[in-house]
Write a protein that binds this ligand. Sequence first.
Ligand code: ADP
Length: 321
Amino acid sequence: TVVCLGELLIDFVPQSNGLPLSQVDTFHRAAGGAPANVAAAVAKLGGKSRFIGKVGRDPFGEFLRTALEEAGVEPALTITDDARTGLAFVSLREDGERDFVFFRSPAADMLLRKEDVEDKWLRDAAIFHFGSVSLIAEPCRTATLDAARRARAYGALVSYDPNVRLPLWTNADFARRTILDQLPFADLVKVSEDEIGFLYGGAGIEEGARLMLGLGPRCVVVTLGAAGCRVFTQTGDVTVPGVSVEAVDTTGAGDGFVGGLLWKLANAHIDASGLDETLAEPAFAVEALRFANAVGALATTKRGAIPALPARSEVERKLSG
Ligand code: ADP
């Protein structure tokens, strides 16, 4: 099972582009949060996935539980009376990019505690994936890192996607420090080209990836948008070009990419100790990353994150066509 933990919220998305939030009168509700999207991506590809998180005792929490189930993800949710379910109001700019206003004061997902995370949710994890804002504040930060440690003790490969969204990480220095502090917990780290620049003050991809590898991960995957991705291990690196598509909305591309890669690794029974060797082997690395690129690319061809995720047959068709 691929077990994902962290941010879970509803995005309220308007139907039309180019309106300021104050003028939007109808919203469409969409389940979101990067690790939840990753869990949905794995399920859509036919894999087993579980999402660990926290919601409020309110209809939005019920909505999210149902949305996870409908996406094929096993919900492992704790309900709290101390906060409401996380919400984000989105305005779509003319160019399709998104601006967010978050309801987090704090929201339930940030209140996940160590004790909430049941052992039975971690025991069967082949891969444990975490990331994004669950690391900003306590108690969620301790809960996340404790769960990563426990999952690893059960033999899981640990995957991390920092998912920097600066408006949310209001303090850039804090964000940078937090992310660098998490790297020793991860076997595999996925970052975008921009995140490398953010973390290492404009360093190039190669230099940034090497610095990250020096902190503990066995493998660093750098996504390059339409250009594909590059994977770095201690012994070398492989570049895998992107799959060409007509992109309409890039939301969820990175999460789809991670879901595709984790599904491939879980399916091939790759554990942490075999990761360097496997990804240093060009044939497997190219196959797995081409697949991940195709999932990411197809996720851009429809609106939204979870609804846009492709099934395995669509990915295979794209790769063979
Ligand atoms: P993030 O969403 O994390 O910023 P990227 O934008 O780099 O990451 O996208 C993640 C992956 O999705 C890329 O590595 C690529 O495989 C795929 N992808 C994203 N945008 C496109 C695009 N316009 N065309 C084809 N593939 C894309």
